[in-house]
Each structure stands twice: as structure tokens, then as C-alpha cells.
Design a protein around this ligand. Structure first.
Ligand SMILES: [Fe+2]
Ligand SMILES: [Fe+2]
Length: 178
């Protein structure tokens, strides 16, 4: 079966969300590689450049807030209205802990002065692994189930135009492809 997005124009709400997923997934891969490097380092001093890299990468993730908001406020309400309430409810529930993990990873990358290197290292490990797992699972469910379901269950172009209007109003991420 063809993936849901192949025949969609680039400015379709679902295509934009899908393209943002690709960038988020790439960022998660980079965080995972960076965590592996950080775990091999013996002291805070030598880790500082990597912590600044971690800060940049986790900032990309915290910048993805408008992505989740477009899902929660523009797309999901229409799905729920049309009896496709299951996946949007689960996806919205998952956004909570994902938000927390992104923000705590970003916090760790800045506020590291008052903890020992071992504690910091293990917090980075725990947060990166948890976030990579949770967020990539979440994206897979949206790409493979939630978005294709929406595309099938909302056949009218004018409804997508309405969703798009709301999405435009919410706005886009710093990394959304133009
Ligand atoms: Fe989501
Ligand atoms: Fe998403």
C-alpha cells in the first residue's frame, strides 16, 4: 500500500505534519547518537560542548509545540466530530508526557551546575532514551494509523480548507519546510 502522503500537495495539512515528523525523527536520531557520546565522557568540563549541542537539539523539539497544537486544535476535533475519536484521544494523552520529557531534557542541558557529573549523565541517559522511544512510537502511530484514517474519513476538500485555516492561525515550527 502507498503511504498516505504521496499524492498530497505540499501545503496539505497532513503533508506538512508528516514533513515535520521527518525532521523530528532526524533530531531524535541525533539526540540518541549524542547521548551515546555523552555517556562515554568522564567529567563535566569535557562534556560542555556536547551539552550545548544537546541544548540546540532539544530546542528543536520544544519548538515543535505548534505541531502538536495543530493536531490537537485543528485536526483532531474534526476527527472526533466524525466518530474517529479513538486515535486522537490517545495521541492527545501522549502529548503530555512527551512535552514534559522534551522540556526536562532541555532544562538538563542548561541547569547542570549543581549536580554531579554522574547524576547529570544518568539523567540525560534516562530522558533521551525515554523521549526517543516515546516520541518515535507516537509519530509512527500518527503516520501509520491516525493520519491515513483522517484522510479517508474526511473526503471533502472544503473541510480540509477549514482545517488548514485553523492550522495557519495556530502557526508553524521554526523548522517547518517552506
Ligand atoms: Fe502528535
Ligand atoms: Fe505529530
Amino acid at each position: 500500500m502507498e503511504p498516505f502522503y504521496v499524492n498530497l500537495p505540499n501545503n496539505h495539512v497532513l503533508k506538512t505534519l508528516y514533513l515535520e515528523h521527518e525532521i523530528i525523527l532526524k533530531t531524535l536520531d541525533e539526540i540518541s547518537d549524542l547521548n551515546t557520546k555523552i555517556q562515554k565522557i568522564q567529567d563535566l568540563e569535557s562534556a560542555i560542548p556536547l551539552l550545548s549541542e544537546l541544548h540546540q537539539l532539544s530546542t528543536i523539539l520544544t519548538d515543535s509545540e505548534p505541531h502538536h497544537q495543530r493536531e490537537e486544535e485543528a485536526l483532531f476535533p474534526v476527527m472526533i466530530e466524525r466518530g474517529m475519536g479513538g486515535p486522537p484521544t490517545v495521541m492527545t494523552m501522549e502529548h503530555g508526557p512527551i512535552r514534559e520529557l522534551k522540556h526536562s531534557l532541555k532544562d538538563i542541558s542548561i541547569n547542570y551546575k549543581n549536580v554531579s557529573w554522574d547524576e547529570l549523565k544518568s539523567a540525560i541517559n534516562k530522558n533521551s532514551i525515554g523521549l526517543c522511544q516515546m516520541l518515535s512510537d507516537h509519530i509512527q502511530k500518527e503516520n501509520q494509523m491516525c493520519y491515513p484514517m483522517a484522510l479517508q474519513g474526511i473526503p471533502e476538500k472544503h473541510v480540509w480548507d477549514e482545517i488548514k485555516k485553523k492550522a495557519d492561525k495556530i502557526g508553524y515550527c521554526s523548522f517547518t519546510p517552506k
